[in-house]
Structure formats: structure tokens, C-alpha cells
Ligand binder design. Structure first.
Ligand SMILES: Nc1nc2c(ncn2[C@@H]2O[C@H](COP(=O)(O)OP(=O)(O)OP(=O)(O)O)[C@@H](O)[C@H]2O)c(=O)[nH]1
Length: 848
């Protein structure tokens, strides 16, 4: 059905007030709607909103309303998109979730169990296991060798969940019981992305969370909330992703889930409470008590495949379970008004009320239900999956919007800018108005709506480029033509697959809310695809700036590029890696002509150098890793600069006026340089604007203080002058670059260096040595937490002072200490360091 016909049919049925199976969004909007993500950015939801109730359990009924309806309702503009009953039923049973956490928390081990219990794999293989097979989701040779996840991997599986309000019906003897319980109505469908924990591969987490609807935050029962757990928490908040917390490694000595729950509250500032308590701990960890359903649950049989469940709570745990259930109610009443009312009435919530409240509070990202288990001992995984179904959102509960680039939207925007300029009389407010008037359209996961999908990840596969796509609206079909919203190019979808780690299953079509991959479609990461009937594009993801660089020289490169030649493979590899990973950058240093690669850490770059050798047969020698210093400005400075050259023949003339000013990174994209053109009245012909922007980009390449790239600058071009004969694109490009250099020193330039959040965990007897070591490196110790026999220390240290730390730590802790570090920000270097760097740079320039 075409979209116009769809609208017509929807409107007709709405007018007739009949239930035709298709509902208009305005009809849906009138129904109770769940509090949704957008509300987070607004003042606290009103009492009214809080009191809207779900039909519980939401996991077993279609959602009360869809998010687009809510958005439309809020804006008062009902968009022409409708969800059918079939859509609603399908989406209610769909979960797109990410597994994210600090390094080595057990994400891949947990995902392996999920795949096993859902029947996706026949047997369990461990990360670094003795059978040397390796976990399914770590499919790269390097991942299996190193025992770490480098790339995120997607999979698809099905699960028969037991809703919180139902009893897992177990019949017959244990042999008859299967992993899937016995009370399923329909299967839930999961798209799962297992992400890496090392911060060097943070972009993999970023893009997964950009497209996922919910997440499981895995935490270690002994180490608790660690530095990367906090990074992942920030990433989840950036995309408003509701999360369940899973405290893994309950079998470890020193496991203490209650300390971890406290840390979720104190370090992540998230209301959280356990929905389970453990039976036994450490080696004696046996099972859990479900505080919501008030049942005791054990994993039995080979590989924990059998779930045995009993009503009630063991006598010795009864008081503790009651106290923890009360704590759950109290935590919920802080963020959920319905539960607050029950709490004030001093009444016990019913099972339904409790489950509904957990779901409502989780969906608004104000609360995280905490599960616990041991992935390696096959305990607590199935109940976690039930939790995912019960408390994480389905795709129709997640508001998604796109920017409308249609001619009408552009015209509206231009009119708003003109009106603002007229009303306020200044260009700045007009530009601000333009930004605000970007036409945002809500998308709805209706299968019959016009297709909109986001290409969030690329991989070079055996059969060409593999493009991972999240379908946000409409249906993606094999063999159809889709349009790239950025380039305007149309492409045919030759092959469509569902990913199962590195295996693929061909499919003919996939509906809205799904995650899949296309083959043979050229595009960049972050591109939006449509069916061509709309002009919608989606915002891309946040891309952090690289912090470390090194020079790379292919061994045996003779500069010739014969077939299969080293140079050719070298460039092919670099091109591919850059395309796949936006945090991996390559440039050729104009002074030394060296190829410089930059990335998020030493491990990040090391992996690419190794992949170059294995996958492209190019061995490389690398220079010493160097910190990615930058320069920025601290104040606004105005320029009025003329580039003029008269040497016989045609001259060069370009005059530019405006100012440069400091710029903070964009919250959504992280971009912190911008060229703004505010020239009016044709003082600079429009044909030269692109050249002006290029001139700005040229000037950013090397700051005048130390030759490092300049960031954090907005260049505002306000006016200028051109000459009818002597002006050219080149003249304006040089004029802008010249203006920037001319005014740079007046804008209080400074040199910036990456500052790292460092976390060290070590046995207590080495605490003095560890603190001393970090002091030596001019680190600032921010926090120390001492447990029975180990401690965790958090510090901020300049990356430049961290080289060689892993061997120093190994030496001073007899190999028992571990550390991780992650980029925090770029901050000004000490004035004496800046002076030395400037002097060194001047010396280098003088030598030339
Ligand atoms: N004791 C114990 N060890 C576990 C548990 N789960 C995982 N591990 C071990 O912890 C180590 C890391 O497990 P992974 O599953 O690779 O952890 P990860 O979080 O996926 O690791 P990265 O993605 O590389 O950050 C492995 O040696 C696992 O065997 C658990 O429940 N208990």
C-alpha cells in the first residue's frame, strides 16, 4: 500500500470510528502512553503521566501505545504513519539489546550461555577455553588468541519467557524440563549485540547503543562498578537506553552483590535495586530467590539447562528476602509515583503492581533492576532473559526521530530564519533560530510505512561490503531499490542477511524494528537509507577523537604499486580500516612524509598493525607511540584580512572579515570545529564559499604554537570583498587560511593534551607502591576503595606520562595488579611544558 493510500485508509477508518485493525497515531495518542525517553530531557514527568498504567505484564500484551504516537501527540502533528495490530503484536515480542560492560566482566561468556539456552548453538565454548574453539561471538582469530572482544558481534535468537506474573510450569521429571520453561505463549525475538569492554574499541559500544533499544550492563560481583562501566553508563545515557544490571561472577571469592548495588546508586547515580537475592555465595553460590515472584530458582542438569522453581523462600533467607523486597519497593517509590502512593498507604504492592512499576521506571531510565548470577557456572542466565522480556522496551516504545530535508521543510526553515532576523535584527539569533527550526519527524515502526534505516556499522566481508542496518520504519526487502539520503544515490539491495556472529542467514525481507545486514551496498557508516519517497535522514553517532598516534612504514615497500604490491595492499588496508572505524585516522605528515595512524589507544593501533600483517600480508615497522596533542583557542578574536598578490599576469585578491571563537563539542556528534557562513548581500560571491571553508580546514591542520591540529574553534565569516578579475577560489582559500593564522595569536591559543582516567586494582599490600608510582607520573589520585584484600584506585594522569606503566605496575605488584585507562578529555598542558614544546617546534622550523 502506498503511503498516501495508507493515510487515506487510516483517515477513513478513524473518521468512521471503527476498529479496522489499523489505528491512526492520533487514536493511539489518545490511549495511555508509556513515559518515554524524551521525557528524560524534560522536567520530571507530571503526576498524571506517572499515573498512566500499563496493562501488566506488558511483555505478554501489545504495548499500550507506540512512541511515535506519543511524539506526535506532544507536537500536535499526527504524522501519516500507522501501526497495524500485526505490527503491534510482532513488536511487543521483539527486543534489541546490547551487552556492555568493563573489560573482562564476562559479556562474551554470558552471551555464549544466552545462545546455548535459546538453542542457537549446540554447545558452550569458553573464552580462552581448553578446547581452543572459543566463544561464538569472538569470531576473529585475534579475538580468540587474545581472549578479548575487539569487534562487536550481532546475533539473533528466540526465547520463551516466563512473565513475572506467571508461574514457570514445570511438569514431569527433570529430564523433561527444558531450558525454555513451560509456560510460553509465544517466543520473544532478540537481536543481541555483544560489545567489547576495552575502551580502545569504544566506538563499537557507541554505535551499538545508538541503534539498540535496551541493554544489559554486566558488572563483576567483586570489582563492582569499574571505570569502563562508567563510560558505558555515559554512552547509555547519551542514547537514553534503559538497562538491566547483571552482577556476574557470583562464584568468585569476595563476591558481594550488595556493594555493587550501592555502587550503581552512588557511582552511576542510578536508582537500582535487586530483584533477586543469591542463595549461597562464592563457591557455594547455588541459585537465586526471585523477589518479585517470591520463588526460589535453581539451575540444574548439565550446563544449567534445567530450571527448577519452588514457591516461597527458604526459611533461612526469609527475613533477608523480605528486607530486600522492601528495599526494592522503596527504591521504586523514589522514581515512580504509583509505587510511592502504595508505599505511603503502607500497603504491600501486588505482584502486578510491582512488575508494572519496575517496567515503567526502567523504561524512563530512572531505575535499573538488578539480576545476579554466574555465567561461567551457568547460573542465573535464563531468569535474566525473562527480565529482558519483562522490563526492557520493545521497538515501538522507543521514540525515534529523523530530520526532514524536504523542500517544504527547508522553505519553512528559511522563512523562520528570515523572520528571526527581522524580529531580532541580528544574524546570530537568526542562525540559532535556523538550528531550532530543523524539522524533526517522528518515525514509527510500521511495516507498511516508507522505509527508513540507519547503516550503523560496516565490515569488509568475503562477498564485499557488509552493511549493518537498523530498520526504523517500513520494510527492507531484498531486490528493491533504496536511496542513500546523504549522497542521493540509489542502490539495489542484492542480498539481505541476519547475522549470527560471523555466520549469516539469508532473508527476503525484514520489518521495522529489526537489525540486519546488506551485502554489496556502498555507503559510509552513519548513512541513512530511505525508499526514496521521503527526504528523511537520521543523526549519526558520537565519535570520540583519537588520543594516540604512531608512524607506520610498510616493510619492503619500494613505492611501486604492482599487482599485489606492498604499497597497494598497505593503502587498501588503511582505506578499509578507516572506513570501518571512524576512530581510526590516517594522515601523511607534510614535513616528514611519514604515514601517521591515530586511534584510541596503543592496543587499538596494535590490533590494526597486526590485522594489516595477517589480512593484507603487509608487515610494518612502527614508530614510538605519540600522544595526540592539540591546540585550541581561549578567546574570541576578530579578523579583517586581505590576501593580495600582484605579480605580473592575473593577480589574487580576496578579503574576509569575521571572527574566530572557542567552540564546545557538539553533544550528539562530538564535532568541535565549525565554519559558519553569515555573508549577506553578495560581498563574497557564493561560488567562493566552498573554497573559504577549505581554507579554514587547511589552517586547522597545524597550529602555530607547536604544529599540532587545532580543534575547538568556530570560524564565522561575516563579510568580505572580491575583485571582478583577480578573485578566484584559490585567492579566497588562501585569504581564509591567512586570516586564521593572522588572528590566531590574539585568540589566546593553548596546547592541549589527553588526560586519562586511570583505574588500578591490586592486592592491598602493594597500595603504597602503586600510589607512589602514580605520584611520580604526576597523577592526581581521585578515589581509593579498599576491600578485604584488594583495593581499587582511581586517578587522573596525563597520557604522555603513562607510557610504560603496564610493565612498571607488573614489576611493583608481582604481576598481580591490573590497570585500565580511558580518555577523559583534552586539557591544557602545564605552562612550562607548553613553553618547551613551542621552543622545540620553532627550532624544528628554523632548521628547515
Ligand atoms: N569466575 C568467573 N569467571 C568468569 C565468569 N564469567 C566470565 N568469566 C571469566 O572472565 C574472563 C573474561 O570473560 P569474557 O566473557 O571474555 O569477558 P568480556 O567482558 O566479554 O571481555 P571483553 O569483551 O574482552 O572485555 C574469562 O576468563 C571468563 O572465563 C563468571 O561468572 N565467573
Amino acid at each position: 500500500m502506498s503511503s498516501s493510500r495508507l493515510v487515506a485508509s487510516v483517515t477513513a477508518s478513524a473518521k468512521a470510528g471503527r476498529s479496522s485493525g489499523i489505528r491512526t497515531l492520533s487514536t493511539l495518542a489518545a490511549r495511555p502512553a508509556p513515559p518515554h525517553r524524551r521525557i528524560l530531557t524534560r522536567p520530571p514527568p507530571s503526576r498524571l503521566l506517572q499515573q498512566r498504567s500499563y496493562a501488566v505484564p506488558a511483555m505478554s500484551t501489545p504495548p499500550a501505545a507506540n512512541a511515535a504516537a506519543q511524539t506526535a501527540h506532544n507536537s500536535g502533528v499526527p504524522p501519516p504513519i500507522a501501526l497495524t495490530e500485526a505490527d503491534l503484536t510482532r513488536l511487543a515480542r521483539q527486543r534489541n539489546i546490547g551487552i556492555a560492560a568493563h573489560v573482562d566482566s564476562g559479556k562474551t561468556t554470558l552471551t555464549e550461555r544466552v545462545l546455548f539456552y535459546t538453542g542457537r548453538i549446540k554447545d558452550i565454548h569458553e573464552v580462552r577455553g581448553r578446547d581452543a574453539v572459543g566463544a561464538k561471538m569472538d569470531h576473529m582469530e585475534l579475538e580468540r588468541e587474545k581472549g578479548i572482544t575487539i569487534q562487536s558481534a550481532a546475533t539473533y535468537c528466540q526465547w520463551k519467557a516466563t512473565p513475572p506474573t506467571e508461574t514457570r510450569a514445570v511438569s514431569g521429571d527433570a529430564a523433561e524440563m527444558d531450558t525454555k520453561g513451560a509456560a510460553p505463549k509465544e517466543d520473544f525475538h532478540f537481536n543481541i549485540i555483544d560489545t567489547p569492554g576495552h575502551v580502545d574499541f569504544t566506538i563499537e559500544v557507541e554505535r551499538a547503543l545508538r541503534v539498540l533499544d535496551g541493554a544489559v550492563l554486566v558488572l563483576c560481583a567483586t570489582s563492582g562498578v569499574q571505570s569502563q562501566s562508567m563510560t558505558v553508563d555515559r554512552q547509555m545515557r547519551r542514547y537514553n537506553v534503559p538497562r538491566i544490571s547483571f552482577i556476574n561472577k557470583m562464584d568468585r571469592a569476595g563476591a558481594n552483590p550488595w556493594r555493587v548495588v550501592d555502587q550503581i546508586r552512588s557511582k552511576l547515580k542510578m536508582n537500582a535495586a535487586a530483584v533477586q537475592i543469591p542463595i549461597g555465595a562464592e563457591e557455594d553460590f547455588k541459585g537465586i530467590v526471585d523477589l518479585v515472584r517470591w520463588k526460589t530458582v535453581w539451575n540444574e542438569g548439565e550446563k544449567g539447562i534445567v530450571i527448577r522453581e519452588e514457591d516461597g523462600v527458604p526459611d533461612d533467607l526469609l527475613d533477608f528476602a523480605k528486607a530486600k523486597r522492601q528495599e526494592l519497593v522503596e527504591q521504586l517509590s523514589e522514581v515512580d509515583e504509583t509505587m510511592a502512593d502504595i508505599f505511603l498507604e503502607e500497603r504491600e504492592p501486588t505482584l502486578e503492581e510491582l512488575a508494572t512499576s519496575i517496567r515503567r521506571a526502567t523504561l524512563t531510565c530512572r531505575f535499573s533492576p538488578v539480576y545476579m548470577g554466574s555465567a561461567i557456572k551457568n547460573k542465573g542466565v535464563q531468569t535474566l532473559l525473562d527480565g529482558v522480556c519483562a522490563y526492557l522496551p520493545n521497538p515501538s516504545e522507543v521514540p525515534v526521530t529523523a530530520i526532514d530535508n524536504s523542500a517544504k521543510a527547508q522553505k519553512d526553515k528559511a522563512e523562520a530564519v528570515a523572520a528571526a532576523a527581522e524580529g531580532e535584527g541580528d544574524v546570530e539569533s537568526a542562525v540559532a533560530a535556523a538550528k531550532k527550526t530543523q524539522t524533526i519527524m517522528p518515525l514509527a515502526p510500521a511495516s507498511a510505512a516508507p522505509f527508513v534505516g540507519l547503516a550503523f556499522k560496516l565490515e569488509e566481508g568475503r562477498y564485499g561490503q557488509l552493511t549493518y542496518v537498523r530498520v526504523y520504519q517500513g520494510t527492507l526487502k531484498k531486490g528493491t531499490t533504496i536511496y542513500n539520503a546523504r549522497t542521493g544515490k540509489k542502490v539495489k539491495v542484492p542480498r539481505l542477511v541476519r547475522m549470527h556472529s560471523n555466520d549469516m542467514e539469508d532473508v527476503d525481507e525484514l520489518g521495522a524494528g529489526e537489525i540486519c545486514a546488506m551485502f554489496g551496498v556502498e555507503c559510509s557508516s552513519g548513512d541513512t537509507f530511505t525508499d526514496g519517497t521521503t527526504s528523511l535522514s537520521m543523526t549519526s553517532m558520537f565519535v570520540p577523537e583519537p588520543v594516540i598516534s604512531l608512524a607506520l612504514t610498510p616493510e619492503g615497500a619500494d613505492g611501486k604499486s604492482g599487482a599485489g604490491g606492498v604499497s597497494q595492499n598497505f593503502s587498501r588496508a588503511l582505506n578499509r580500516f578507516q572506513k570501518e572505524d571512524p576512530t581510526f585516522r590516517v594522515h601523511v605528515d607534510s614535513e616528514s612524509s611519514e604515514t601517521i595512524i591515530s586511534g584510541m589507544g596503543e592496543l587499538h593501533l596494535e590490533i590494526y598493525v597486526e590485522r594489516m600483517r595477517r589480512e593484507y600480508n603487509v608487515a610494518c615497522t612502527t614508530g614510538k607511540p605519540r600522544v595526540a596533542f592539540r591546540e585550541t583557542i581561549g578567546a574570541r578574536a576578530d579578523f579583517n584580512y586581505t590576501h593580495k598578490k600582484q605579480s605580473g599576469g592575473a593577480g589574487q585578491f580576496g578579503r574576509v572579515m569575521g571572527y574566530i571563537e572557542p567552540m564546545d563539542p557538539d553533544e550528539e556528534t562530538g564535532k568541535d570545529v565549525a565554519f559558519e557562513n553569515r555573508v549577506m548581500g553578495g560581498s563574497i560571491p557564493t561560488g567562493y564559499f566552498a573554497a573559504c571553508e577549505k581554507g579554514f580546514q587547511d589552517a586547522l591542520e597545524k597550529g602555530l604554537l607547536t604544529g599540532h591540529p587545532v580543534t575547538g574553534v568556530r570560524f564565522v565569516l561575516e563579510d568580505g570583498a572580491a575583485h571582478s578579475v583577480d578573485s578566484s577560489e584559490l585567492a579566497f582559500r588562501l585569504a581564509v587560511a591567512g586570516a586564521f593564522r593572522d588572528v590566531y595569536n590574539k585568540a589566546r591559543p593553548v596546547v592541549l593534551e589527553p588526560r586519562m582516567a586511570v583505574e588500578v586494582i591490586s592486592p592491598i599490600e602493594f597500595q603504597g607502591a602503586v600510589v607512589g608510582g602514580l605520584n611520580q607520573r604526576k597523577g592526581t589520585i581521585e578515589d581509593t576503595e579498599v576491600r578485604e584484600d584488594e583495593f581499587t584506585l582511581q586517578a587522573e594522569v596525563s597520557l604522555n606520562d603513562m607510557f610504560g606503566y603496564s610493565s612498571q605496575l607488573r614489576g611493583m605488584t608481582q604481576g598481580k595488579g591490573e590497570f585500565s585507562m580511558e580518555y577523559r578529555n583534552h586539557a591544557p598542558v602545564m605552562p612550562n611544558v607548553q613553553k618547551d614544546m613551542e621552543a622545540e617546534y620553532r627550532k624544528k622550523l628554523d632548521k628547515k
